[in-house]
Design a protein around this ligand. Structure first.
Ligand SMILES: C[S@@+](CC[C@H](N)C(=O)[O-])C[C@H]1O[C@@H](n2cnc3c(N)ncnc32)[C@H](O)[C@@H]1O
Length: 250
């Protein structure tokens, strides 16, 4: 990787959420169900970012491991988890090369919040899924989620208010470029003497929708893939689902 796109953003990343340790109850129940259903004890979050999902999975009793290719995001994860007195092994690894780094298998691997869309080409997604499968035990699961669904891709919203409260606003200004998309993240503080306003940009060369994910998961020999449109286990509907969650079994 040339430069770390998250270097300037890692310290502000968690401003998406009011609290690091409070999670969407639907997401908590979703993972609680999966952990029970597939008898999962160990989980690798292979694009762990600042570690929020490590916190969530740890709170459900899983033995958690985090990896990411961004040094800045891992440093923030380390600070966050230390604040909550959670000791998690964190490693700087590209998720296309997990099998070169880990000499063990996990019961589950997760790759959440559109992290897979950072792959420049379809061939990279296949490489990534193959590597994720490689570090899974037989019968283990891969969970991939993306905020870009077939519906949102069709609708192409230009302005997305991500956080909108009295003191702070975070707006996504979205540019659609051929098969890809650029998220311009605008942070506005309403109290003028607190912090100056800032922006940050991330570009995905391509987006990967349900069909792309299914092809890549099948090509990498996952046995069964189920697609959900939310954390309530609603089946994915390309006409109406606002997010995409794939659960694939090895
Ligand atoms: C949008 S953030 C999501 C972070 C976290 N999963 C969450 O839900 O908050 C995307 C993360 O994916 C990581 N990432 C992107 N490409 C990666 C790769 N090839 N290998 C490992 N991590 C990667 C980025 O560094 C970043 O931390």
């Amino acid at each position: 990787m040339d430069a770390d796109p998250y270097e300037r953003f890692a310290e502000r990343y968690d401003w998406f959420y009011e609290s690091y340790a409070e999670h969407d109850p639907r997401k908590v129940e979703f993972f609680r169900d999966l952990l029970t259903q597939y008898q999962i004890q160990s989980v690798l979050d292979c694009a762990c970012g600042t570690g929020r999902d490590l916190h969530l999975l740890h709170s459900l009793g899983a033995e958690v491991f985090g990896s990411d290719r961004s040094v800045a995001m891992l440093a923030q994860a380390e600070r966050n988890l230390a604040t909550h007195h959670i000791d998690v092994p964190l490693d700087c690894v590209d998720y296309r090369e997990l099998h070169l780094h880990y000499a063990r298998e996990f019961d589950a691997v997760v790759c959440l919040s559109s992290s897979i869309c950072e792959m420049p080409e379809h061939s990279d997604v296949i490489q990534a899924f193959a590597s994720m499968r490689n570090v899974l035990r037989d019968g283990g699961i891969l969970v991939v989620s993306s905020g870009i669904s077939d519906m949102t891709w069709r609708q192409k919203p230009r302005f997305i208010p991500e956080v909108w409260n009295e003191s702070f606003r975070r707006l996504f200004l979205v540019d659609y470029i051929d098969e890809g998309v650029r998220f311009n993240v605008i942070d506005v503080h309403r109290n003028p003497d607190r912090k100056r306003n800032e922006s940050w940009t991330i570009t995905y060369n391509r987006v990967y929708l349900r069909g792309d994910m299914e092809r890549a998961l099948t090509a990498t020999r996952f046995r069964k893939c189920t697609f959900y449109g939310d954390y309530l286990f609603e089946p994915y509907d390309s006409a109406t689902s606002g997010m995409l969650i794939a659960v694939a079994e090895k």
